[in-house]
Design a protein around this ligand. Structure first.
Ligand SMILES: Cc1cc2nc3c(=O)[nH]c(=O)nc-3n(C[C@H](O)[C@H](O)[C@H](O)COP(=O)(O)OP(=O)(O)OC[C@H]3O[C@@H](n4cnc5c(N)ncnc54)[C@H](O)[C@@H]3O)c2cc1C
Length: 445
């Protein structure tokens, strides 16, 4: 599998990784094919995931700028076509208590409101574009996977209520069993806002909207070289060279350090993997996930899961460290074991699909929407840490505002800071291995 820390680009024209989403999405919409010859544009966007597509859509629709999107492979070939499908009030991976401690209540609240706005942005686009992406009813549960996690969850509910003025609720162990049967459910934090949908259909819907509004989306067009001089950027792809005054880097977890020295080393690509079971019988459904809500647990190396409309279970979590290890069957087995621990009725259940992708973690574990230092008119958005379905769409909208003159489109200063480079770059994977071992130990207590 492509490993951003090893290969210079994610390939050229590679097909989508086989997945449940690809099998159930229907026909891919038209795109503009590979770049051919010399192209001169005001704005070029690198990466056709939610961030890049949303930026292109908002630039065209709200600001009258028809950008060109350059995608190495297919539209939504990266995370946006292969994620766990939860659109939540989320972005990054900093626990709420820590966020408040780090930035204070006022800034934490402003950030929460921006994330909520992100969820509403997604809802609005689904509505405006009549995107048929099978949205499910709202409801998100953070489930205590161990009795000792219950007090912390209750405390977190208090922070949501008192500091953020948000109506999260604590659901007791006995109540939670109406939506999460089986084991490892000792209570939950419930959030009424947040839903699941079909992520590839959502991406293709945004793509259609962006093109209808005037953007061009070139697939099979990896940016292989990037030359900048006198405020002009030359992006070299296999089929031609795109010259642009402004560039948006929307490559997130798929960013290779070889893309540009200015963006190198600012995100750590972290692999997340998903399995999808065969459809459940009605009895299996009753004894596991009777509803369709979004679920994740309280482990450090957390699992996320939901029941799909055709009664399969999608179950995901962290897995391999490097691309070379990603196809090792033991990671699939680990997910299967974790699924069956939660839902003993599913012991030995067949797995029909298994795939993974690279999420991006920044040095402070929070997203960024910023200008890239050392380059003229280059902007970047990413670092969602595996919680970016809604926030990447929001980031695309904010990037469009920045490109058209708004220096800082939100009041949240830390969002607009340039992500620091990770220290000790050659040892990143070693550090990650040690962190995972420590988390596994803590999760086993
Ligand atoms: C297994 C998995 C489960 C997830 N589950 C959830 C979830 O349930 N909820 C949630 O909120 N988030 C989830 N996420 C995260 C979420 O999917 C991402 O945060 C979001 O899709 C990021 O979108 P993006 O557009 O920034 O990046 P991506 O969708 O990753 O797009 C980046 C694109 O850049 C392209 N690219 C890279 N280099 C170049 C180059 N040199 N030239 C041209 N193109 C290039 C890549 O091919 C890729 O298509 C999950 C991610 C994974 C992998």
């Amino acid at each position: 599998m492509y490993d951003p820390l090893v290969s210079a680009t994610p390939g050229a024209g590679m097909p989508h990784s086989p997945s449940y989403w690809v099998d159930t999405a229907g026909e891919a919409p038209d795109d503009d094919g590979p770049v051919s010859g010399a192209v001169d544009v005001e704005v070029a966007i690198i990466g056709a995931g939610y961030t890049g597509l949303s930026c292109a859509l908002h630039l065209a629709r709200d600001h009258g700028i028809n950008a060109v999107v350059l995608e190495a492979n297919q539209v939504a070939w990266g995370c946006s076509g292969r994620n766990g499908s939860f659109a939540r009030i989320s972005g990054g991976r900093v626990p709420l208590a820590q966020l408040i401690k780090r930035y204070g209540a006022t800034r934490a609240k402003a950030y929460f409101e921006e994330m909520s706005d992100g969820l509403n942005t997604v809802r609005g686009l689904i509505r405006d574009g009549a995107i048929a992406c099978d949205p499910q009813p709202d409801g998100v549960y953070k489930v205590a996977s161990h009795a000792s996690h219950v007090e912390a969850l209750k405390h977190e509910v208090g922070l949501y209520n008192d500091v953020l003025n948000y109506r999260a609720e604590f659901v007791s162990g006995s109540q939670v069993h109406s939506v999460h049967s089986g084991a490892e459910a000792f209570g939950a934090l419930y959030m009424p806002d947040g839903f699941s949908m079909h992520p590839l259909k959502l991406a293709w819907g945004l793509h259609r909207m962006a093109r209808t509004a005037g953007a061009r989306v070139h697939t099979s067009s990896p940016v292989m070289e990037w030359h900048s001089s006198n405020g002009v950027h030359r992006l070299v792809t296999p089929g031609g060279v795109v010259t642009a005054r402004k560039v948006v880097v929307a490559t997130n977890g798929y960013t290779s350090p070889a893309l540009n020295r200015a963006t190198a080393g600012r995100v750590l690509p972290v692999h997340s993997q998903i399995i999808v079971t065969r459809p459940l019988t009605s009895e299996e459904k009753r004894l596991s996930l009777p509803g369709s809500e979004c679920m994740f647990d309280t482990r450090n190396l957390l699992s996320y899961y939901r029941r799909l409309p055709d009664d399969r279970i999608l179950f995901g979590g962290r897995s391999a460290i490097t691309g070379r290890e990603a196809d090792d069957p033991r990671h699939r087995q680990n997910l299967h074991d974790a699924l069956c621990r939660k839902f003993p009725v599913l012991a030995g259940i067949e797995v029909d699909y298994n795939w993974g992708g690279w999420v991006a973690v920044s040095e402070n574990s929070l997203p960024f929407i910023c200008r890239v230092p050392g380059l003229d008119n280059v902007y970047a958005g990413g670092g969602y840490a595996g919680s970016g379905v809604s926030f990447s769409v929001q980031t695309g909208k904010r990037l469009a505002q920045m490109l058209t003159g708004t220096t800082q489109p939100t009041s949240i200063d830390f969002l607009h800071q340039v992500p620091k480079r990770f220290p000790f770059q050659p040892f990143l994977r070693l550090g990650q291995r040690m962190t995972y071992a420590w988390y596994r130990f803590k999760d086993s207590q």
